[in-house]
Design a protein around this ligand. Structure first.
Ligand SMILES: *Cc1c(COP(=O)(O)O)cnc(C)c1O
Length: 467
C-alpha cells in the first residue's frame, strides 16, 4: 500500500490540528458563547485529527484516483463526453448568476430570464422546434415529460384509445423505461440487417391505438435512418406523434434538424451535446422542445422549481454563443469524421458488424482474434475495456447496444486532436495483439488502477459510502 492510500482516519493523531479558531470566534452576528446550552454538543465530533498538509494530500490524491474528461480521452459511446471549456465554468459561476436566490421576485432576475430565453431561441434554431421547456433535469426526465405531452395532445382531442408507443429494438434503454413509467404499452419494431428501422415491419403496427413512436436519428448504432421522411408520414397519417430522443444531438449540430425530419417532440441532453460532461451523477438538464402540433400543451412556466439546473443551462448558452452559428456547424461533421477515422483504423483487429459510414459513434463486436485456444479462454470485451485503463484511456461503452454480444461502442468528440485519436488507435491495436498472444494479460487487467474489478452489482446494491 502506498502511503497516501491510507484513509485519513488512519493518519489521525490525537491533538494534531490543521486549523484552529480563536475561542471568541464569531460567525456573523452569533458567537459560540451566545448559543443556548441545549443546542451545544455534549461530546466531541469523531473527526480525524490531522494537519493541513495531510488534508490537502488526502483530497488531492483522492481527486487523482478518478478518471475524467479533464484527465484523458473518454470515448464513452452514447454519452458524448465532451470537454467543457473552462470559460463556461467561469461564466456559470459568475456571482451575478450564482448568487441569485431562486425565490427572488421575477423583476430582479431579468438577466437570468434573458439567458433562458436566449437558450430557448438558440435551441429552437438548432433543432427546428418552436419552444423548449427547461423543467426536466435529465434526459430520461425529458422523455417522461415529452411522453406526457404526447398523451395530453391525444386526450385533448378526446382520443383515449392511444395507449401504445412504438420503440425500435435498437433504442436506448431509457426509452421503453420512460414509456412504461408513463403508463404506455411498448411495441417493439425490429431493425433490418442494415441496422435501420424496417419500414415494412413498422406498417402493420400502426393504427388507432398508437400514441406515437420514439426514435433517435442517427440511431443508437450511429446510423442515419434514411427512411425517416417516410416513417414520419406513416406515423402522422395514423394519428400518432414522433418523439425524438435528442440525447445524442452532437453529430446533427448545424446539419440536420429533428423538426425538419418530422418530429413533434424531443429532448436534448445539455449535459452531453452542450458541453457539460455526462456521468458521475452530476446535475443534468434535459429540456423538451415541441413543434407546432404540441405547442399549445407546453406548460408555463417553462422552468422547474428553482429554475432547473441553471448552471448547466448557463454552460450550454455560453458554449453556443462562443462557437457562434458558423462554428456550431463544425461540431457534428468533426465528431463524425473522428468516429469514422477510428472505425476504419481498427476494423482489421476488432469485428465490425455494420460496415457503412457511421455518425458520431459506432459499434465493434469484440476482437477478431481473442486468443482463445485449447484450455484457454479468449479475451472478452470487458477485458479490453479494463486493459485500456492501464494505458490511460477511459473504457468505451460496453455490452450496449444489446444487439451484439461483445459490443464495444466508441464515441470520440470533435474536441479530440488527431494525435489523441492516433494514440488511442495505437493502444487498441496493442491490446488486440496482446489478446492474440496471451489473453491472460487482459484477464488480469487493470494492473495499475487503484481499484481492479469491483463487483458492480454489489457496489450498486450495497454501496459502502464510508469507511
Ligand atoms: C444518455 C441518454 C439518455 C438518458 O439521459 P440521462 O440524462 O442519463 O437520463 C437517453 N437516450 C440516449 C440516446 C442517451 O444517450
Amino acid at each position: 500500500m502506498r502511503y497516501y492510500d491510507k484513509l485519513i482516519f488512519d493518519l489521525s493523531h490525537p491533538g494534531r490540528t490543521g486549523y484552529s479558531l480563536p475561542s471568541d470566534f464569531a460567525c456573523g452576528q452569533v458567537s459560540c458563547s451566545d448559543l443556548p446550552e441545549n443546542l451545544l454538543r455534549r461530546s466531541a465530533l469523531d473527526l480525524p485529527e490531522v494537519s493541513e498538509v495531510d488534508v490537502v494530500r488526502h483530497y488531492t490524491n483522492l481527486s487523482q484516483m478518478n478518471f475524467g474528461v479533464d484527465t484523458g480521452f473518454y470515448p464513452l459511446g452514447s454519452c458524448t463526453m465532451k470537454y467543457n471549456p473552462k470559460i463556461n465554468e467561469e461564466i456559470a459561476s459568475h456571482p451575478a448568476f450564482a448568487g441569485l436566490h431562486p425565490l427572488q421576485p421575477a423583476e430582479t432576475v431579468k438577466g437570468a430570464q434573458a439567458v433562458i430565453d436566449g437558450l430557448d431561441a438558440s435551441l429552437a434554431v438548432i433543432t427546428g422546434m418552436k419552444h423548449f421547456t427547461f423543467l426536466p433535469c435529465a434526459g430520461a426526465h425529458g422523455e417522461l415529460t415529452g411522453l406526457m405531452l404526447m398523451r395530453e395532445y391525444h386526450l385533448a382531442k378526446g382520443d383515449t384509445a392511444r395507449t401504445k408507443v412504438i420503440v425500435p429494438d435498437s433504442a436506448h434503454g431509457t426509452n421503453p423505461a420512460s414509456a412504461a413509467v408513463c403508463g404506455l404499452e411498448i411495441v417493439e419494431v425490429k431493425s433490418g440487417a442494415d441496422g435501420l428501422v424496417d419500414v415494412e415491419s413498422l406498417k402493420p403496427l400502426l393504427g388507432p391505438d398508437i400514441a406515437g413512436i420514439m426514435m433517435t436519428n442517427p440511431n443508437t448504432l450511429g446510423l442515419f435512418e434514411r427512411q425517416i421522411g417516410e416513417i414520419a408520414r406513416l406515423v402522422h397519417e395514423c394519428g400518432g406523434l414522433l418523439y425524438y430522443d435528442g440525447a445524442n444531438m452532437n453529430p446533427l449540430l448545424g446539419k440536420v434538424r429533428p423538426g425538419d425530419m418530422g418530429f413533434d417532440i424531443m429532448h436534448l441532453n445539455l449535459h452531453k451535446t452542450f458541453s457539460t460532461p455526462h456521468g458521475g451523477g452530476g446535475p443534468g438538464s434535459g429540456p423538451v422542445g415541441v413543434g407546432e402540433r404540441v405547442l399549445p400543451y407546453l406548460r408555463i412556466p417553462r422552468t422547474s422549481g428553482f429554475h432547473g439546473n441553471f448552471g448547466v443551462m448557463m454552460r450550454a448558452y455560453a458554449y453556443i454563443l462562443m462557437l457562434g452559428r458558423e462554428n456550431v456547424k463544425m461540431a457534428g461533421p468533426l465528431a463524425t469524421l473522428s468516429a469514422n477515422y477510428i472505425k476504419e483504423s481498427l476494423k482489421d483487429c476488432y469485428k465490425l458488424p455494420i460496415l457503412t459510414v457511421c455518425k458520431h459513434e459506432f459499434v465493434f463486436d469484440g476482437l477478431v482474434n481473442d486468443g482463445a485456444r485449447e484450455g484457454k479462454a479468449g479475451a472478452t470485451t470487458l477485458d479490453v475495456a479494463k486493459r485500456l485503463l492501464d494505458y490511460g484511456f477511459h473504457a468505451p461503452t460496453i455490452y450496449f447496444p444489446l444487439l451484439f454480444h461483445q459490443a464495444i461502442m466508441i464515441e470520440p468528440t470533435e474536441t479530440e486532436s488527431l494525435e489523441t485519436l492516433d494514440s488511442f488507435i495505437e493502444v487498441m491495436r496493442r491490446i488486440a495483439a496482446e489478446a492474440a498472444e496471451d489473453p491472460d494479460i487482459l484477464h488480469g487487467a487493470p494492473h495499475n488502477a487503484p481499484i481492479g474489478r469491483p463487483d458492480e452489482t454489489a457496489a450498486a446494491r450495497n454501496p459502502i459510502l464510508k469507511a
